[in-house]
Design a protein around this ligand. Structure first.
Ligand SMILES: [Zn+2]
Length: 568
C-alpha cells in the first residue's frame, strides 16, 4: 500500500462497499494464472506479486486506491444505458453486467479529493463491456466536464476502453463529438484536465476525450491505439513490430507525457493538481441562453426520408461502386476557382483528404474533402480515400485558418474509414481525429458537412462536425462496415447484408434519428451523369444555409453547433 493511504479514516460507504466486495472476490493473474483473494490483490494494487503483471482494476477499487478516504461523491448514477437502436438482447445483457460488475455504467464519475485537492474524477471499468462508450458513458463524462467548468474544478479521467459501443451504433459515435466538445469548453475556461490511459485504451475513446488532455499519463505496458492490433495485422498482412501500441511505444511517438507506475499514481496526480492549483479566469462560459437555430427537416427531405425504394445493402453497394460521383464532381460544379492548399505542417501532405479555398458566388469558403480517386492509379495515389493523421492535421490547419478569416467551412465526406496501418498509428491516428473533432466543434464560423458516399466511423466523423450535416439520398454513415459489424457481433463476415439492415446507416434512418438535417436527392443515383442536377440542388441549399448564419456572432454559431451535438 502507498504510504499516503494510511491517513484515511474508515467511515465511508465507498470504502466499506469495496471491502465487502473484496471479501467475495477471487482474482486470477491473466499472465501467470496465480490465484489471489480480493484482499490480497487489492493490497498489492492488483499487480501480480508473482510475475509483476498489471491486472485490471474495477472502478470503485481504483477510486479507493487514489482518493482521500470518505471524499468521493458520485455523480449521475441515474444516467443509465438505453437502447437507442433497439438492438436485440442488449437490455438483458446490460442488466446482467450491472449485476456482475456492481457498477451501473462503464464509467463511475464524481467529485473527490487527492491529498486535500478537490477534483472531478472518473474511472472507466474494464469489467463493464470492456469500458466501451455508449450514450450513458458519454453523457456522464460530458455532464462531468460541464459541471467541472461551472465549479472551476480540474478533471482526472482513468481511461480503459475497447472503443465505441457497437450495440449503440452511430449514437455511440456521437458521444465522441459530445465529449470532445465538452473537454474543449473546460479547457477554454483555463481548467486542468489529466487523462490516465490504462490497459487497454482503444478505438473511439483514443479518438476523443482521452487524448485531448493537458497531460496524458499512462500505466506501463498498457495497450493504447486507435485500430486494434489484430485488425491492423489482418488488413495489411504484416507481422507487427515488438511492443507496437504499448504505452512505451506511444510515449516514444509523442502521444503520452509520462509513464507512471501504479504505486506512484496518487503522488503523481497530487503533484499535477498542486502544480495547476489557483484561480482560473473563465474566458468562455457555457451559454445556455444563446438563441439556437431550429434544425428542422425541409419538406423535400421529409419526402426522401419516407422513400424506401432501395435496401440499405443496395445503398452500400452504390456507395462503393466505381461509378459513384466523388467530391471533385461537385466542387467543380458548385464553386468557382478552387485552390488546393497542401500539407499539415507536421509530417506530410495527405492526398486522401484535400482542402483549399474556393468561391460560392462571391463568398470565399474553405473546402475540406475526402477523395478516393476514380482510375486505379488515382485510387492508389489517394490511398483509396482513407486519410492518415497528416490528412486530419491538414484539415485542422485549414479550418483554423478559415476561422481566422471568417470563411465558412464546407466538408465533403466520403471515406470507408481512417487508414488502418502501422504508420498511421505511429503518428497518432486517434489523436489526430480527436483534435479535428474538437477544433471543428468550436469553430466560430459556420460549418456544413455533406456525406456524399460512404461515411465510415471516426475517419468520417473527424470532418463531420457541421452546424448542419447533410447526406445524399443513397449515402451511408456508420460506426463500422457491415462486414465488420457482422464479424464482431455474429463472428462471421458473411452476414453483412443482414447487418446493413439493422445498423441504421441510411440517410433515411439517420434523418429519423436526428443525426442529419437534410437529404439531397440523387435523381436515381449519384454519378457523373446526375452530378450537375445534384450540384444545382446543393448549391442553392448551401447558399440558403449560410444566409441563416450571416447575422450570428462567432460565439452564437459555436453555441448553435454545440447544442446540435449536445442533444445526443
Ligand atoms: Zn502473475
Amino acid at each position: 500500500m502507498p504510504s499516503s493511504n494510511k491517513k484515511r479514516k474508515n467511515n465511508q460507504s465507498l470504502e466499506d462497499r469495496v471491502q465487502a466486495e473484496l471479501e467475495k472476490l477471487i482474482v486470477t493473474c491473466p499472465k501467470c494464472k496465480k490465484v489471489y483473494t480480493g484482499k490480497e490483490a487489492f493490497e498489492h494494487l492488483y499487480i501480480c506479486p508473482e510475475c509483476g503483471k498489471y491486472m485490471p482494476i474495477g472502478a470503485k477499487e481504483r477510486l479507493v486506491m487514489l482518493l482521500d478516504e470518505g471524499s468521493f461523491r458520485p455523480w449521475y448514477e441515474d444516467v443509465l444505458t438505453g437502447n437507442p437502436l433497439d438492438t436485440a438482447d442488449y437490455e438483458e445483457k446490460i442488466q446482467s453486467i450491472q449485476k456482475k460488475s456492481g457498477c451501473s455504467e462503464a464509467v463511475t464519475i464524481g467529485r473527490g479529493k487527492i491529498a486535500g485537492y478537490e477534483t472531478v474524477i472518473g474511472v472507466c471499468d474494464p469489467n463493464f463491456m470492456m469500458g466501451s462508450m455508449g450514450q450513458a458513458m458519454g453523457e456522464r463524462i460530458t455532464r462531468a466536464f460541464e459541471k467541472a467548468t461551472r465549479l472551476k474544478l480540474p478533471v482526472i479521467l482513468f481511461c480503459c476502453s475497447g472503443g465505441a459501443r457497437m450495440q449503440e451504433g452511430i449514437i455511440s459515435l456521437m458521444q465522441m463529438e459530445k465529449t470532445s466538445a465538452a473537454v474543449k469548453l473546460h479547457s477554454d475556461a483555463g481548467l486542468f484536465y489529466c487523462s490516465v490511459l490504462t490497459d487497454p485504451t482503444m478505438g473511439g475513446v483514443t479518438a476523443s476525450f482521452s487524448t485531448l488532455a493537458d497531460v496524458i499519463l499512462a500505466e506501463p505496458q498498457a495497450r493504447i491505439g486507435f485500430a486494434g492490433p489484430r485488425v491492423i495485422q489482418q488488413t495489411i498482412g504484416t507481422v507487427l513490430p515488438q511492443g507496437f501500441q504499448t504505452a512505451e511505444f506511444q510515449m516514444e511517438h509523442g502521444f503520452v507525457d509520462r509513464l507512471v507506475e501504479r504505486k506512484n499514481l496518487r503522488n503523481e496526480l497530487h503533484y499535477l493538481l498542486y502544480a495547476h492549483r489557483g484561480p482560473n479566469k473563465s474566458r468562455l462560459r457555457l451559454r445556455t441562453g444563446v438563441p439556437v437555430l431550429k434544425h428542422q427537416l425541409d419538406p423535400e427531405s421529409v419526402e426522401l426520408m419516407n422513400r424506401h425504394d432501395k435496401t440499405p445493402w443496395d445503398k452500400v453497394k452504390m456507395c462503393r461502386s466505381g461509378e459513384r460521383a466523388t467530391a471533385t464532381d461537385y466542387i467543380i460544379r458548385i464553386f468557382k476557382d478552387f485552390r488546393e492548399m497542401h500539407g499539415d505542417r507536421y509530417f506530410g501532405d495527405d492526398r486522401a483528404l484535400v482542402g483549399g479555398i474556393a468561391f460560392l458566388g462571391e463568398t470565399p469558403v474553405t473546402i475540406i474533402a475526402d477523395l478516393r480517386g476514380k482510375s486505379f492509379e488515382e485510387r492508389v495515389r489517394r490511398n483509396f480515400g482513407m486519410p492518415k493523421p497528416e490528412g486530419y492535421r491538414k484539415a485542422i490547419r485549414l479550418m483554423k485558418q478559415a476561422e481566422k478569416f471568417r470563411r465558412p467551412v464546407i466538408s465533403f465526406i466520403n471515406t470507408s474509414g481512417a487508414f488502418c496501418g502501422i504508420d498511421a498509428e505511429e503518428r497518432g491516428q486517434g489523436q489526430a481525429i480527436a483534435q479535428s473533432i474538437m477544433e471543428m466543434s468550436m469553430l466560430k464560423t459556420p460549418t456544413l458537412s455533406i456525406l456524399i458516399g460512404e461515411g465510415g466511423s471516426g475517419g468520417a466523423l473527424a470532418t463531420a462536425v457541421g452546424n448542419e450535416v447533410w447526406m445524399l439520398e443513397h449515402s451511408t454513415y456508420a460506426i463500422l462496415s457491415p462486414e465488420g459489424y457482422s464479424a464482431i457481433l455474429w463472428k462471421t463476415e458473411g452476414k453483412a447484408e443482414e447487418a446493413a439492415a439493422v445498423m441504421k446507416i441510411t440517410a433515411q434512418d439517420l434523418a429519423e434519428l436526428g443525426v442529419i438535417d437534410r437529404i439531397i436527392p440523387e435523381f436515381g443515383g449519384a454519378t457523373e451523369v446526375t452530378a450537375q442536377k445534384i450540384s444545382n440542388v446543393m448549391s442553392q441549399a448551401i447558399t440558403d444555409m449560410l444566409k441563416k448564419y450571416e447575422h450570428m456572432t462567432g460565439d452564437e454559431i459555436m453555441a448553435d453547433r454545440y447544442a446540435r451535438f449536445r442533444k445526443f
